[in-house]
Design a protein around this ligand. Structure first.
Ligand code: SAT
Ligand code: MN
Length: 613
């Protein structure tokens, strides 16, 4: 197939316009086949950009440059016509100005390269909740990753027909090859000040330049499925959320679906793939990162996972923390910025064992003596794998993927979880009184800043708020986003809307030890939540919401210390909450100005009143 086979005049015109600007040597329409994947991967191996792994079938390791290892938030723009519509938490540039700057960069940027046309679908093909996109990119790495992360190829063009809607996504690594120059095994990208990850919300358009990495370049993920989709969702009355989706089955075989939003480094992927310690319970995965939710005719919210793969953080993934992810990434997987062992396997910090052999190649391609343990070195610059090293693995390879994970109708959501890393104040679990109170809980999500998560010592101990864990991924004003959540609650009734819970796996005692074991034992909390959704009398009404009755959380098999901790983990820390209210009132809510829904201020006042009774 060539561009001449494209039967969609608007799509064809857009491709031609981009090609004219970027001036690639070739244009290639991706069919999404295995043969195409193998051919492009071979091209990367031949160019010295990918290393085949002897120990993992059909799997490859890529190394990016130190200047291109993560999303670049300060180079990510919501370029709405009005600055106010981007809101206080997004970077904004006037769209006319931004487009002029980027057109200058795009001019001739694909010299010496191929422009790949990737038709892709976010969500199961044919689902009424799914949406289509077209990414144009000059990176083979992007084509390969998009192939795992989304449904790509000719079948999507068929779906589009002659006038179907699509989100146009233009991407270039920003490294033209002039005069026969070659990449020579060096990851192509542009300098930081020339990187632009731009979103034009009114046009539903994405322009990305200068980075080949992750969410900067795989435009279906954060750019489309969250930033642009959040705008579409608001316009069309649905929800695009930074949430995992899991399927929970109780010992009687009853099923409920749960979504959950957690800021980074809270174990979201681990929770999505959890292996319960509670006998008879089962967790299966529908999605690990993004949920699109729409109302069904019955007034309930139905969720799909718009993605088809996992782009997971490798370091910290072990048999203990997430065995299922390791199995998912045991074949047909792309690894980025991991260590490479002598016997041809990948390795990372906290993988659960020390690397095989005497020497290991670190993520920058340097040979190093094998470390004696898998512990994180004190000095992060000494890591073998980059702390943001990734695996890109097909979701279908996950041993606990739910058999119905691709149901085009989506799965009915019973509960929504919010959580953060909070060593104090926030109890193990509490339930909101109603939808609006749940929106309030989502709006105050955050993690305590630790020495490891900041370079600014003065910030340590403060709360970094990340409402709904969506701050870096919301395509419009966050105050309006809160309002959208309130409005969603008005479209149905409390009995049909999901119940909302705030969980905290990270409480610490006065000696700094975790009070709750976490990981697989979080199934104990999920079980309580499951029963709450059935209206079981397993709760007490407290000033902050509904909390587990004594012994309502099953602690059989936990150690005595944890059992002793249960009382503190399930009680209201009145003084802590009063401080929390002060911080929200003085530092958090004022940021949203007149865009803050009055319902949320009312919840804050109500909480304060209940606590002082
Ligand atoms: O790089 S991604 O944006 O895909 C993942 C992340 O940073 O959260
Ligand atoms: Mn994410």
């Amino acid at each position: 197939m060539t561009i001449n086979d494209i039967k969609h005049p608007k799509l064809k015109a857009w491709i031609e316009e981009c090609a004219k600007m970027c001036e690639p040597d070739d244009i290639y329409l991706c069919d999404g086949s295995k043969a195409e994947y193998d051919r492009l991967m071979k091209k990367c191996v031949d160019a010295g950009l990918a290393t085949p792994l002897a120990k993992k079938p059909n799997s490859f390791l890529f190394r990016s440059l130190p200047s291109d290892v993560a999303r670049v938030e300060n180079r990510t723009f919501i370029s709405s016509v009005k600055e106010e519509d981007a809101g206080p938490t997004n970077h904004w540039i006037d769209p006319k100005e931004l487009k002029a700057t980027m057109r200058g960069l795009y001019k001739g940027c694909m010299h010496g390269r191929t422009m790949y046309i990737i038709p892709f679908c976010m969500g199961p093909l044919g689902s009424p909740i799914s949406k289509n996109g077209i990414e144009l990119t000059d990176s083979e790495y992007v084509v390969l990753n998009m192939d795992i992360m989304t449904r790509t190829g000719t079948k999507v063009l068929d779906l589009l027909g002659t006038d179907g809607e699509f989100v146009p996504c233009l991407h270039s690594v920003g490294k033209p090859l002039n005069n026969g120059e070659k990449d020579n095994g060096i990851w192509p990208c542009a300098d930081l000040e020339h990187k632009y990850i731009s979103h034009f919300p009114e046009e539903h358009l994405i322009w990305s330049y200068g980075s080949g990495y992750g969410g900067n370049a795989l435009l279906g993920k954060k750019c489309f499925a969250l930033r642009i989709a959040s705008v579409l969702a608001r316009e069309e009355g649905w929800m695009a959320e930074h949430m995992l989706i899991l399927k929970l089955t109780n010992p009687e075989g009853k099923v409920k679906y749960v979504t959950g939003a957690f800021p980074s480094a809270c174990g979201k992927t681990n929770l999505a793939m959890l292996i319960p310690t509670l006998p008879g319970w089962k967790v299966e995965t529908v999605g690990d990162d993004i949920a699109w939710m729409k109302f069904g005719k019955d007034g309930r919210l139905y969720a799909i996972n718009p993605e088809a793969g996992f782009f997971g953080v490798a370091p910290g993934t072990s048999e203990h923390s997430n065995k299922n992810a390791l199995v998912a990434a045991s074949k047909n997987t792309i690894f980025t910025n991991c260590g490479l062992t002598e016997d041809g396997d990948v390795w990372w910090e906290e993988i659960g064992y020390k690397p095989q052999g005497k020497e290991i190649v670190d993520w920058q391609g340097k040979k190093r003596p094998c470390p004696e343990t898998d512990k994180n070195p004190k000095d992060k610059s000494q890591c073998i794998a980059h702390p943001n090293a990734r695996f890109t693995a097909p979701a279908s390879q996950c041993p606990c993927i739910a058999p119905n994970w691709e149901d085009p109708e989506g799965v009915p959501i019973s509960a929504i979880l919010f959580g953060g890393r909070r060593p104090s104040t926030i109890p193990l679990v509490h339930q909101s009184r109603n939808w609006n109170h749940g929106v309030f809980l989502g709006s105050i999500v955050g993690s305590e800043i630790t020495a490891a998560s900041t370079i600014n010592a003065a910030e340590v101990g403060k709360i970094r708020r990340d409402p709904f864990a969506i701050i870096p991924f919301c395509g419009y004003n966050m105050g309006d986003y809160f309002q959208h959540w309130i409005n969603i609650g008005k479209k149905s009734t409390e009995d049909k809307l999901p119940k909302i819970f705030y969980v905290n796996w990270f409480r610490k005692d006065s000696d700094g030890n975790f009070m709750w074991p976490g990981y697989s034992d979080n199934s104990r909390v999920l079980a309580w939540i499951f029963d709450r959704c059935d209206g079981k009398d397993n709760y007490v009404d407290t000033p902050i919401g509904f909390m587990p009755k004594e012994n309502a959380i099953n602690t059989d098999g936990l150690d005595d210390k944890t059992k002793k901790n249960m009382k503190e983990l399930s009680s209201v820390d009145v003084e802590g909450w009063k401080k929390e209210i002060k911080d929200i009132r003085e530092n958090h809510y004022p940021k949203f100005g007149k865009h803050l829904p009055k319902e949320l201020s009312a919840c804050l006042d109500d909480l304060e009143k209940r606590l002082s009774k």
